[in-house]
Write a protein that binds this ligand. Structure first.
Ligand code: HSE
Length: 307
């Protein structure tokens, strides 16, 4: 194989209660990346469209990951890479994660001895470190495994793929401002109250249980974040209005997607998702701030090979 084109999905990390440990892949939005096998060793980026990102291979999350994998696998070939961003960096939809995870998945297809999803996640976490200074796994694991994932442990890394109830839909609004993950992490407290920790881990358990049992009411009750959201929501204009409108319109819950500014709402079924979409749109239309929105199914497979 000399050529590969893939789709690398956007992802929603944290999912309210699961900071740095829960995430899911989106079906409707993502990047396209092409890989050409070259005789010359190493990696080079030949084209980036859809966003302004570094061409320097050590500064770009995708090429940094490819370089690392080619070295570790002692590959006797190189990769020429193109990246078409389908959504913006700084959106909270796992932009650097799509690049890093897409890179790991893509280059893996050219190797004789392929890495496992867990190993690919570790490589992709290196890309996250290059992009935002922290080797976070929730977005990259969701992009690689697809569906809902739980990062049960970082040391050693353990990722658990969770089931996705059939009718689960996500509605998201991306206000056209950019928030750097690094900045959104700096507003967080270093210590939290025990009572908040109790609330949070009980909700993670409730959400995971709700996903396993198709219990939408339990999912809804568990979409609560008392630890991170209170500190980050001030970075997102009209967050409370969007959340209130979404829940009034029937969303199971709403919260900040990853480090924001995208706000996501989970819904049961297409009809409810459409109502929630309209309610969120109405909340934002008068604000004067530009925005993009989408409705999507949860993407069960993650990466897709296009050709
Ligand atoms: N879990 C990470 C955070 C995701 O919320 O900072 C960053 O995209």
């Amino acid at each position: 194989m000399d050529y590969l084109k893939i789709f690398a999905p956007a992802t929603v990390a944290n999912v309210s209660c699961g900071f740095d440990s829960l995430g899911f892949a989106v079906d409707a939005i993502g990047d396209e990346m092409t890989f050409i096998k070259t005789v010359e060793k190493g990696v080079k980026i030949t084209n980036i469209t859809g966003a302004v990102l570094p061409y320097n291979v050590d500064e770009n999350a995708a090429s940094a990951v490819i370089k690392k994998i080619l070295l570790e696998a002692k590959a006797d070939f190189g990769i020429a890479l193109t990246i078409h961003k389908g959504f913006s960096p700084g959106s909270g939809l796992g932009s650097s994660a799509a690049s890093a995870a897409g890179a790991a998945f893509g280059v893996n297809q050219f190797l004789t001895h392929q890495y496992s999803n867990l190993e690919l996640t570790k490589f992709a976490m290196f890309g996250e470190e290059v992009a935002c200074g922290s080797a976070i796994a929730d977005n990259v694991a969701a992009a690689i495994y697809g569906g809902f994932v739980l990062v049960r442990s970082y040391e050693p890394l353990e990722v658990i793929k969770l089931p996705v109830p059939e009718e689960l839909r996500v509605v998201a609004i991306h206000p056209q401002i950019a928030i750097k993950t690094k900045d959104a992490r700096e507003v967080l407290p270093k210590e939290i109250a025990l009572q908040d920790a109790v609330t949070q881990w009980a909700n993670v358990g409730g959400l995971v249980s709700g996903l396993f049992t198709n219990n939408y009411e339990l999912i809804s009750n568990s979409l609560v974040d008392v630890i991170v959201e209170p500190f980050r929501k001030g970075l997102i204009p009209f967050f409370d209005e969007v959340k209130t409108n979404a829940i009034k319109a029937g969303a199971l819950g709403a919260g900040i997607s990853g480090s924001g500014p995208t706000i996501f709402a989970l819904c049961k079924g297409d009809k409810s998702a459409k109502n929630v979409y309209k309610a969120i749109e109405a909340a934002y239309q008068e604000t004067g701030i530009g925005f993009e929105m989408f409705i999507s199914k949860i993407n069960p497979q993650g990466m897709k090979i296009i050709k």
